[in-house]
Design a protein around this ligand. Structure first.
Ligand code: ATP
Ligand code: MG
Length: 196
């Protein structure tokens, strides 16, 4: 299979490709299509789920499995390889626990406005880069789940009419805003998600 990636995407390495459940896939378009169908089913599961206790490792992994588990056999399991984005894989579970503790604390203490809380959570989650792939999509949906199920707000309009998976001006803005957040400035990401 020939896969071309947009900037800021994590290339899938050969071991991880082994985990593809559909052996006939030959193009990125086919793969995108399969993943998109799986994500739709995952979103239906999320909508129907009454669970509000989502800031825990079990839920974070289950959500990834629901979004990608029909396509990839490693869905819901943490990455074991180094990527160009993300922390050392042996640090993942500890850093996730710290993030989830922080997020619960922010919720209990109203540390940030709901949108800023969700955006900060999103950035920290993609920064850790829990899984071999699907981190951007999972972390956007996780931030929306936090808004809807815990903070009782509307989800974020991440795409604003663009396809965020492809290289276009919106994705470019998104990746730049994440890099600014990596450097400690959350403003560009707040601007990115606020309706203009
Ligand atoms: N500098 C960065 N700092 C933090 N996060 C980043 C940075 N660059 C990219 N990311 C995040 O990593 C994601 C790409 O990782 P990955 O390929 O695992 O996710 P994906 O869901 O397959 O991608 P996509 O967002 O294209 O759907 C980006 O969407 C973005 O959320
Ligand atoms: Mg990807």
């Amino acid at each position: 299979m020939v896969i071309e990636y947009p900037e800021g995407a994590t290339p899938i390495d050969p071991d991880e490709l082994e985990g593809l459940k559909f052996k006939h896939v030959t193009t990125r378009e086919e793969l995108d299509h399969l993943e998109q169908g799986n994500i739709q089913d995952g979103l239906v599961w999320l909508q129907r789920s009454k669970e509000t206790d989502i800031l825990n490792e079990g839920f974070v992994r289950e959500l990834h499995k629901r979004l990608f588990g029909d396509v990839w056999n490693w869905a819901g399991t943490f990455r074991q390889t180094e990527k160009s984005i993300g922390i050392d894989p042996i640090q993942i579970s500890v850093q996730l626990r710290i993030l989830l503790d922080d997020a619960r604390y922010w919720v209990e203490n109203d540390t940030y406005e709901p949108l800023e809380l969700a955006v900060r959570f999103h950035h920290r989650l993609v920064y850790i880069h829990l899984f071999p792939n699907g981190n951007g999509r999972h972390a956007r949906i996780m931030a929306d789940a936090l808004l809807m199920k815990v903070l009782k707000r509307d989800p974020i309009d991440w795409t604003a009419g663009y396809d965020l998976q492809e290289m276009n001006e919106r994705r470019e803005q998104y990746i730049l805003a994440l890099r600014a957040a990596d450097a400690g400035d959350i403003e560009p990401l707040m601007h990115f998600i606020s309706a203009e």
